[in-house]
Design a protein around this ligand. Structure first.
Ligand SMILES: NC(=O)c1ccc[n+]([C@@H]2O[C@H](COP(=O)([O-])OP(=O)(O)OC[C@H]3O[C@@H](n4cnc5c(N)ncnc54)[C@H](O)[C@@H]3O)[C@@H](O)[C@H]2O)c1
Ligand SMILES: N[C@H](CO)Cc1c[nH]c[nH+]1
Ligand SMILES: [Zn+2]
Length: 440
C-alpha cells in the first residue's frame, strides 16, 4: 500500500494454524443478547401492564421509554391518508428509489408463493394441502437508534404477496420524531394502519390487543433486545418470524478484490450496531494485510466510526486459512447471516456452502445491494441459526391445512390399519370409529 495506516486496525487477526484458534473463534462467535435477566424482568412487567391496562399502559410506556407524552392513542395512530401524504411529500429521487426497490422485492417474492395441491388415489380418496394466508399480521419496524424504511418493504411486501388480510405496523418515534421515509415506505408496501409505539409494549399490544391496537396472528420484524425478548415471551399466543440478533457479514476473498471495497463491506454491517459481526477469511496473507491497512485508513472518515470501531474491536476478525476448502469449512461452522463469496468463480464454491442466510456471489455483489433492492429479503437468520432456518419469505405468511377426503372404498381400506394401530395404543374409541366404516 502506498499510504501508511493512520492507526492500528481495531480488529483481531486469527490463523487456523494457531493452537488456540478454535477457542478464539468460539469466543468471537458467542452471542447471548436475548438472555439478559434484567431485561427479561422488565419485559415481563411491560407485557403484564399492557395486558392489564391496554392503551393506558401503552401511553405510559411511550412516555417513559420514548419520551413522548400524549393524551390518547389517537395521537399515536396514523391512517392511510397520512402515509400517502408522507409519500407525496418526498423528493422525486426518494419516491423513485422506494418504488424501484418495492417492485424488485415484489417480483422476487412472487416466486415464493406456495400453492394448494391435491392428488387422488385409485379408490377415489383425495389427499392434499390447502394453503391459506394469515388473517392479520403485525410488523415491527425498529425506530430507536436509526430508521429503517427498507425493513418496512422487506417485511410488508411478502405478507402482501401471500395475501394477508390486514397488515398493521408499529414503529417507535422517540421524542416524537416521525420518519417520513418510513411512513412513505409503509404506503408503498400497502400498510393499512401505523401505531407509533415501540419496544416490548408494542409487541405485547400486537400479541394481546388493546382498545386501539388489534390483536394479530403473527408478529414479524427485527428490533433491539427489548423487542426480541418480548417476541420470545409472546410466542405461542401469536406466531413470530425469528429472534434476530445483530447484523453479520462473512466475506471469503481469494485476494483479487480491491481491499478498499472489502473494508467498506465489513464496515457496512459493523455500522449497524456495536454488537454486529464482520469477518473476512482469506488464504492470501498479504491480501489480509492490505485489507487491514485499508480499514485503518478509511475508518477515521466514517460517520459512524464509533459504532464500527466498537463492533470490529469486540466481534470482528481477519482470518487466515490454508486454502479454499478450509474457508468453506469455516463458513459452514459460522453459518453467517450474509456471506460474500468475493472470488473469481463463486459458482465453484456454492455447492460447498451449506449454511448461510444469503449468499452474495462474486466481486461485484456487495452485500448492501441485498439490504435494499436486489429483491431477496434482508430479514435473515443470524447467530448461526442459518443451520436450521431461512430468510423471511412469503411462506412465513401462509399456513397449510391437510385435506383428507375418503370414499367408502378408501375408508374400508384404511379402517383395518387404523383399528389395529388404535388398539395397540389402547384407544378403543379411535378403533371403533374406524371400524364403523369398514364394510361388513
Ligand atoms: N436483522 C435485520 O434485518 C435488521 C434490520 C434493521 C434493524 N435491525 C436491528 O434492530 C435493532 C433496532 O434497535 P433500535 O434500538 O434502534 O430500535 P427498536 O425500535 O428495536 O427499539 C426501540 C425501543 O426500545 C425500547 N427501549 C429502549 N430502551 C428501553 C429501556 N431501557 N427499557 C424498556 N424499553 C426500552 C423503547 O420502547 C424504544 O421504543 C438494531 O439492533 C438493528 O441492528 C435488524
Ligand atoms: N443489514 C440489515 C440486516 O442485517 C438490513 C438493513 C437495513 N438497512 C440497512 N441494512
Ligand atoms: Zn445492513
Amino acid at each position: 500500500m502506498s499510504e501508511m495506516p493512520s492507526s492500528a486496525a481495531p480488529l483481531a487477526r486469527l490463523s487456523s494454524r494457531d493452537a488456540d484458534f478454535d477457542a478464539r473463534l468460539d469466543a468471537l462467535l458467542a452471542w447471548e443478547g436475548v438472555s439478559d435477566a434484567e431485561v427479561q424482568t422488565r419485559v415481563d412487567e411491560i407485557i403484564r401492564a399492557v395486558r392489564r391496562e391496554g392503551d393506558l399502559a401503552l401511553l405510559d410506556c411511550t412516555r417513559r421509554f420514548d419520551r413522548l407524552d400524549v393524551a390518547s392513542m389517537a395521537e399515536l395512530t396514523l391512517e392511510a391518508p397520512r402515509l400517502a401524504a408522507a409519500f407525496a411529500g418526498l423528493p422525486d429521487e426518494q419516491r423513485e428509489a422506494l418504488e424501484a426497490a418495492a417492485g424488485r422485492i415484489e417480483a422476487y417474492h412472487q416466486r415464493q408463493r406456495g400453492e394448494s395441491w391435491q392428488y387422488q388415489e385409485a379408490d377415489g380418496t383425495v389427499l392434499g394441502q390447502k394453503v391459506t394466508p394469515l388473517d392479520r399480521v403485525g410488523v415491527y419496524v425498529p425506530g430507536g437508534k436509526a430508521a429503517y424504511p427498507s425493513s418496512v418493504l422487506m417485511n410488508v411486501i411478502p405478507a402482501r404477496v401471500a395475501g394477508v388480510g390486514e397488515v398493521v405496523m408499529v414503529v417507535p418515534t422517540p421524542d416524537g420524531a416521525v420518519n417520513e421515509l418510513v411512513l412513505a415506505a409503509a404506503h408503498v408496501a400497502g400498510v393499512e394502519r401505523v401505531f407509533t409505539i415501540g419496544g416490548a409494549q408494542a409487541v405485547a399490544a400486537l400479541a394481546y390487543g388493546t382498545e386501539s391496537v388489534p390483536r394479530v396472528d403473527k408478529i414479524v420484524g427485527p428490533g433491539n433486545i427489548y423487542v426480541a425478548t418480548a417476541k420470545r415471551a409472546v410466542f405461542g399466543q401469536v406466531g413470530i418470524d425469528m429472534i434476530a440478533g445483530p447484523s453479520e457479514i462473512l466475506v471469503v476473498s481469494d485476494g483479487g478484490t480491491d481491499p478498499d471495497w472489502l473494508a467498506m463491506d465489513l464496515f457496512s454491517q459493523a455500522e449497524h450496531d456495536e454488537q454486529a459481526q464482520a469477518i473476512l477469511i482469506s488464504w492470501d496473507r498479504a491480501h489480509l494485510d492490505e485489507v487491514e491497512a485499508s480499514i485503518s485508513r478509511q475508518l477515521p472518515g466514517m460517520e459512524r466510526r464509533t459504532i464500527i470501531e466498537a463492533s470490529l474491536g469486540q466481534r470482528g476478525a481477519l482470518i487466515e486459512v490454508a486454502d479454499e476448502a478450509e474457508a468453506l469449512a469455516l463458513v459452514n461452522r459460522i453459518a453467517p447471516e450474509h456471506l460474500e463469496l468475493s472470488v473469481a468463480e463463486p459458482e465453484r464454491l456454492l455447492d460447498g456452502v451449506r449454511h448461510a442466510g444469503a449468499i452474495f456471489m462474486g466481486r461485484y455483489t456487495a452485500e448492501v445491494l441485498g439490504d435494499y433492492c436486489a429483491g431477496p429479503n434482508h430479514v435473515l437468520p443470524t447467530s448461526g441459526t442459518a443451520r436450521f432456518s431461512s430468510p423471511l419469505g412469503v411462506y412465513d405468511f401462509q399456513k397449510r391445512s391437510s385435506i383428507i377426503h375418503c370414499t367408502a372404498e378408501g375408508a374400508n381400506a384404511l379402517g383395518p390399519i387404523a383399528s389395529i394401530l388404535a388398539r395397540g395404543e389402547s384407544l378403543t374409541a379411535h378403533a371403533r370409529a374406524a371400524e364403523n366404516r369398514i364394510k361388513r
